[in-house]
Design a protein around this ligand. Sequence first.
Ligand code: IMP
Length: 204
Amino acid sequence: MSRKFEGDQILVATHNAGKLQEITEILAPFGVKVVGAAEMNLPEPEETEDTFVGNARIKAHAAAQATGLPALSDDSGITIDALDGAPGVYTADWAETGNGRDFMMAMTRANDEITAKGPDAPRSAQFRCTLVLAWPDGHDEVFEGVMAGDLVWPIRGEAGFGYDPMFMPEGYDVTCAQMDKAEKNRISHRGRAVSAFIKGCFSG
Ligand code: IMP
């Protein structure tokens, strides 16, 4: 049984505005005030692990220790079947330019690498999200969510963030960047991980 979250304020240990906005929207009905890491002037710890859960643990524990508040972190990314699961934990790195992140560059790389595998290469991919809630005493709880889909080219849509414009969830004929936010949150890897977190830490 998961440890319950008690209190009215949760620190979301991310500097990513897109993630923070989605988590804030999903938690809105639970009456918890969400505070972002940037608002608390927290440094961004280095993500030195090679798993989503390892990196999520680093971010959540660093924030809980620094603030004395329970801290929720998100480590997420995309795994592409034709590329043996790449970029995975390196999803953000594919967008790094040395002068900010360029997701058009990252999506172009993903498309180019799949195309280089030949015409029969699968276009299937998964968005994955691991959430870790860490308490200042060192305890943590882990929650995961996955959304399966296909990578389309050219990209479509302007909403969302990151790789959303090339990701078409299974059963849809629009990309995540063509969906309204509530619909994406309902089916997304992050929405599913947050639902598991709510079920584990808020109810019963
Ligand atoms: P990290 O968890 O900060 O290491 O980075 C996760 C990477 O995956 C970022 O580059 C995000 O843009 C990308 N990513 C995670 N979730 C989503 C999503 O819901 N839509 C689009 N891109 C995402």
